[in-house]
Write a protein of this length. Structure first.
Length: 189
């Protein structure tokens, strides 16, 4: 016959398994979630043209028309032919690049202090200003007298394309828009 200690231990085990009178708690052990790949939060770079830049909160609302820009290498030539914008056998582009407009406009937030690199005129070929300065430049103000290839005013948006670096981090978009980390204006005929 089992001893008192053994009966007590078995009773405790039965009560633990039964959950003290039927109010059983089920605890599940889940496998640890795999780590999110680092590239998901990595910034992305896009090319396109600025449709508009307007004030939004302490920054600017950027409406950006996405494009693809290719050099006259095999990738660019094949893309041009595959999109029926060049004839088969094309060996070069008239403007040294192939630009495909996706006809897709995306809205981003640009902080006022984001860097904007412009296509300048020597001796300072690539002056960098803030988005705040660039917005003023687009509206006709150039207090630092920066010399750029883009015409002062609205043409600064239209004459050249831009590469933009966009943050993919959720923390970077408390207002709902993806945030632009910086813009680089590029000469594009």
């Amino acid at each position: 016959m089992p001893g008192l200690k053994t009966l007590f231990a078995m009773s405790a085990l039965v009560l633990a398994v039964a959950g003290f009178g039927g109010s059983a708690r089920h605890t599940s052990v889940s496998a640890p979630r795999p780590a999110q790949p680092q590239w998901i939060d990595a910034p992305r770079v896009e090319f396109g043209f600025i449709k508009s830049l307007t004030p939004l909160g302490s920054g600017y609302r950027l409406r950006f028309d996405l494009h693809a820009l290719f050099e006259p290498d095999q990738t660019g030539l094949a893309a041009c032919v595959d999109n029926h914008e060049c004839r088969p056998g094309t060996t070069s582009f008239p403007d040294d690049t192939y630009d495909h407009d996706f006809k897709y406009v995306v809205t981003y937030l640009v902080p006022a202090d984001a860097a904007v690199q412009l296509v300048g005129i020597p001796p300072k070929p690539n002056p960098t200003v803030t988005a705040r300065y660039f917005y003023a430049f687009v509206h006709g103000s150039n207090p630092r007298h920066i010399r750029t290839q883009a015409t002062l005013g609205r043409f600064a948006l239209d004459e050249f394309g831009f590469y933009i670096e966009v943050s993919n981090s959720d923390a970077a978009r408390p207002d709902g828009f993806d945030r632009v980390l910086g813009l680089v204006q590029v000469f594009h005929p």
